[in-house]
Design a binder for this molecule. Structure first.
Ligand code: ZN
Length: 149
């Protein structure tokens, strides 16, 4: 095992043991939920939006350490971001994880997210890393639909 693998494992373990922004935003402008029957991951993401910016976000649920740490890292990254920027972060992470094309935002600019790159070696775990992100995407889509002019 390489030094990098160790480092990545440590970041993932830290986030899954002490998740950031765990719980539910109340009142929330969007709440979305997703479930991965393959490994029992269950994630709910809730958030509040003001002036086109995610001012608060939280997640709760249960599942493997990868799903929980990826959701924790996600809340850190998108909190305070404009919706458009949040979408760019989500899409960049998905491109990075799927290994298709160049992410719009280089992964090294996205903090602890790079640690999840180690997961790419295990294709069935990619779903675990993405569940929180796909749930947020769903929540933001619902929000946009509800607030479309
Ligand atoms: Zn999982």
């Amino acid at each position: 095992m390489s030094y990098e693998d160790d480092l990545y494992r440590e970041i993932i373990t830290d986030h899954s043991r002490s998740p950031h922004n765990k719980g539910r935003v109340d009142p929330a402008d969007f709440v979305a939920h997703d479930h991965n029957p393959l490994c029992g991951d269950d994630v709910e993401v809730s958030g509040r939006v003001e002036d086109g910016r995610i001012v608060d976000i939280a997640f709760q649920g249960k599942g493997c350490s990868i799903s929980q740490s990826a959701a924790s890292i996600m809340t850190d990254l998108v909190k305070g971001q404009e919706l458009e920027q949040a979408n760019a972060i989500i899409n960049s992470f998905k491109v990075f994880m799927m290994g298709k094309g160049e992410p719009e935002i280089p992964i090294e600019d996205l903090g602890d997210l790079e640690a999840l790159g180690g997961v790419k070696k295990y294709p069935v775990r990619i779903k675990c890393a993405l569940i929180g992100w796909n749930t947020l995407l769903k929540g933001l889509l619902d929000y946009r639909k509800a607030h479309a002019q």
